[in-house]
Design a protein around this ligand. Structure first.
Ligand SMILES: Nc1ncnc2c1ncn2[C@@H]1O[C@H](COP(=O)(O)OP(=O)(O)OP(=O)(O)O)[C@@H](O)[C@H]1O
Ligand SMILES: [Mg+2]
Length: 384
């Protein structure tokens, strides 16, 4: 055997070793995702196979130079392996990665740093070995129904994305953990933004930020989801220099509205949750509007509505009776005051997301007035 032949044999052996496993792969030319079904066209047998996506537990998807290798692990405990041509592989992977969990997070990502330790795991910044981009992974032990609910809501949102709502790129099941992959939002949370750029948040910016959050919330509510943890830490900016890049994150407390039994469940963050939640009453999506009012107050005044020196018990006692003190000295705009008040009303009279969006605070003439005012203030500002 010549050296060339030996080399080529070695090369094919390496490729085979990479692809090899206990199960022999089917050579496939086309894999098409149609709704909840995968259609596989096997060139060898000239037939179409149909797989129901719900039957797959997870998949391992490996992209070689000119071929994709996918292994489906089924809930019924068996596996199938397919080799798919490049073009069809890339196309179907893009659709499947938000519908089926993958299994090889550690292979695909390199951990860079921990962003935050959370109750059930951690949030990390990581580097994709596949496309060399930076992402965020929310890694949580799969030991509570709320973790699975968070996954289901994220999957639903991924199928119905919106520019102001964070959407997963893909997800993994590895070592009994659920790992959600998001784009990295380098602009930080609204909390970080307000604390680092307090002077930079002018009234036009506040209006724009509020408009975007309301747009995202409207989308979430229209999908039948209640967020239940709207707060400064759960609203992010994709880009620090672009205040039009608002993203609502964290569906850890979210629920589908139709799960009526949950709608007495107490969850949220002290200082943000609505009186009906604290009082154990049946509630609805308007609880998000109450929480958003707290965000609105911080954006307008730089301070939370409940004094920073109050303890949890004091805040809960006041929230129970819906007692609050708007910092009117710092909310001079009458329309902003009115909107804030309507967002903080008791559930029956509180504004819905649609009513908030239609409020005159957001109309264009008012915006123009603000712009003129800011130019005037700038022009006539005393140099002393
Ligand atoms: N895509 C992202 N890009 C950058 N940072 C992020 C991203 N997602 C989350 N973070 C950071 O991690 C923090 C926690 O994320 P998240 O709210 O999803 O977790 P959590 O379990 O609800 O934590 P918490 O109890 O703080 O709300 C966020 O407040 C933010 O600082
Ligand atoms: Mg959070």
């Amino acid at each position: 055997m010549s050296i060339k032949e030996l080399e080529s044999q070695e090369k094919s052996q390496i490729l085979l070793n990479k692809i090899s496993s206990a199960i022999a792969p089917f050579q496939v030319s086309n894999l098409i995702v149609k709704g909840n079904c995968i259609e596989i066209y096997e060139s060898q047998y000239n037939q179409i196979l149909k797989i129901n996506i719900d039957d797959i537990y997870k998949m391992t998807w490996i992209k070689f130079d000119c071929i994709h290798e996918v292994t489906f692990e089924y809930k019924k405990n068996f596996q199938e392996k397919y080799l798919i041509d490049n073009e069809s592989g890339s196309r179907s992977f893009d659709v499947l990665k938000t519908k089926v969990a993958q299994s090889n997070f550690t292979n695909n990502y390199q951990r860079l740093e921990t962003i935050k330790q959370i109750q059930n795991g951690e949030i990390i910044k990581c580097h994709s070995r596949v496309n060399k981009q930076i992402y965020v992974a929310k890694i949580q032990r799969n030991n509570h129904f709320m973790i699975d609910r968070e996954l289901q809501i994220n999957l639903y949102i991924a199928q119905h994305p919106h520019e102001n709502v964070a959407s997963i790129i893909e997800y993994y099941f590895e070592n009994d953990q659920i790992i959600l992959i998001y784009p990295y939002f380098s602009g930080g949370t609204l909390n970080q933004h307000v604390n680092s750029n307090a002077s930079d948040i002018n009234m036009i910016k506040v209006k724009s930020i509020m408009k975007q959050i309301l747009s995202g919330l409207n989308h979430i509510h229209n999908l039948g989801i209640i967020h239940r943890d709207i707060k400064m830490d759960n609203i992010m900016l994709e880009d620090i220099y672009d205040h039009k890049s608002i993203r609502i994150i964290d569906f850890g407390f979210s629920t589908f509205k139709e799960n009526l039994s949950y709608l007495c469940e107490k969850c949220g963050t002290i200082g943000y949750f609505a009186p009906e939640i604290i009082n154990g009453k049946h509630y609805n999506e308007k609880c998000d509007i109450y929480s958003l009012a707290q965000v609105f107050h911080v954006l307008l005044t730089g301070n939370p509505m409940f004094d920073r020196n109050m303890n949890t018990q004091q805040i809960i006692r006041l929230s129970k009776h819906n007692l609050f003190a708007i910092d009117y000295r710092n909310v001079k705009d009458k329309k902003a005051q009115h909107l804030l008040f309507k967002m903080l009303d008791f559930q029956e009279n509180r504004y819905t997301v649609v009513q908030c969006r239609e409020h005159s605070y957001f109309n264009k003439a008012q915006n123009l007035q603000l712009k003129i005012q800011s130019v005037e203030t700038f022009q006539f500002k005393s140099p002393f």
